[in-house]
Design a protein around this ligand. Structure first.
Ligand code: BGC
Length: 373
């Protein structure tokens, strides 16, 4: 994302950071949060991207990131994908000059009340910025209200709040942003991986349709909703008729998915041609049941996930998974950190910071594996 920024704007922002009022480059109000140590100085940068704006603003205004406190709320530590995300986030924040001791990452244990308490504690502590992966996206308006009232800038990650909530940030010029990828794209890529196989391979029971089982993540999460919808839509858009045999909620969890797919296979047997899983953890569970049922991926059944966990990538390479979709936790965690820096330095952010998913099949699994390993 390219932004232009002038000497005067940065100087104004720096003053803002010290004075606690004013405007920002992106049109959102500048940070009125408890500021990290900072002092005004001249800026020489004229135009650059978000990452180097933060770099130059931090350097030029002497905002001492090592003194800045970051509160990070993760919905659940046991989630495989969010573990990759949070580890990379911490590593990247440290590489940008934050002190490890000032980065506090807490486990919401998949309970909104627990997480809301943790947010309250961070507010009391006076952190400079909050990065929040909400337990329930539907609680975002309550969370936003608490955090904005405390004048702390807020970066939502991974679980996107709804359009009405995002509109409020813009309408009120609040220092609130969302960092994430477009879930519709991940669903579309899953569907395309399957559609590209062609009806000859897919329609093994010759009923003229692709008979599938869908294993969904948390149904409250837009990632689950859109992946479910857009994977099937991509098959239909490719002109393939579809038949939903089963659609179950696996809550992103491997063991749950394993059980659900075992049930579906025993109920529908060889009619199951494709298993769609909203994430790789569940696809790995599905694979265990597929193999126990004596079925062979790539031969008499097809299986796709999302995330590109390294274990899933190895399965894609080996042909034991048809494909996956890389959910780029590097890009997302780095953008979240940059957004946090931009708030701390006063550079501000757009209210939505996106990224792209990458379709993964046996053709590029090694390339993605090299990135994630
Ligand atoms: C990932 C899932 C993860 C979920 C957590 C999704 O984007 O694909 O693996 O469980 O985020 O919210």
């Amino acid at each position: 994302m390219k932004k232009a920024i002038s000497i005067f704007t940065v100087a104004a922002m720096t003053v803002t950071l010290l004075a606690g009022c004013g405007s920002s480059a992106s049109g959102s109000t500048a940070s009125t949060a408890p500021a990290a140590t900072s002092e005004t100085s001249t800026v020489t940068t004229t135009s650059t991207d978000a990452a180097s704006i933060a770099d130059s603003a931090a350097a030029s205004t002497n905002v001492d990131l090592s003194k800045a406190k970051v509160g990070v709320c993760i919905y659940q530590f046991s989630d495989n994908f969010m573990t990759l995300f949070r580890n990379e986030l911490e590593k990247y924040l440290v590489s940008k000059g934050f002190s490890k001791d000032n980065i506090e990452i807490v486990d919401g244990a998949n309970d909104q009340a627990t997480q809301t308490n943790q947010i309250q504690n961070f507010i009391t502590e006076g952190v400079n910025v909050l990065i929040i992966n909400p337990v329930n996206s539907s609680s975002a308006s309550t969370i936003t209200d608490m955090v904005v009232k405390a004048n702390i800038p807020l970066v939502y990650i991974n679980r996107e709040p709804d359009a009405d909530e995002e509109a409020r940030w813009k309408d009120n010029n609040w220092n609130v942003t969302y960092v994430g990828c477009d879930a519709k794209q991940s669903g579309t890529f899953q569907g395309e991986i399957i559609a590209d196989l062609g009806m000859d391979k897919l329609d093994m029971n010759k009923n003229g349709k692709v008979d599938y089982v869908m294993i969904e993540g948390d149904p409250e999460n837009v990632d689950a909703q859109y992946r479910t919808e857009y994977s099937v839509k991509a098959l239909e858009d490719a002109g393939l008729a579809v038949n939903k045999l089963d659609d179950e909620v696996g809550n992103w969890d491997q063991a749950t998915a394993q059980q659900l797919v075992a049930n579906a296979l025993s109920q529908y047997g060889n009619d199951v041609e494709v298993v769609f899983c909203n994430n790789d953890a569940m696809a790995l569970g599905a694979l265990q049941s597929i193999q126990s049922a004596g079925r062979t991926v790539g031969k008499d059944i097809y299986l796709v996930g999302v995330d590109a966990l390294s274990e899933a990538l190895e399965d894609v390479q080996a042909g034991t998974m048809t494909g996956t979709v890389f959910n780029d936790h590097f890009a997302q965690s780095h953008s979240a950190a940059e957004a946090a820096i931009n708030y701390i330095t006063g550079a501000g952010n757009d209210h939505y910071i996106g990224c792209d998913y990458v379709k993964v099949t046996a053709d590029n699994a090694q390339e993605i594996l090299d990135k994630v390993k």
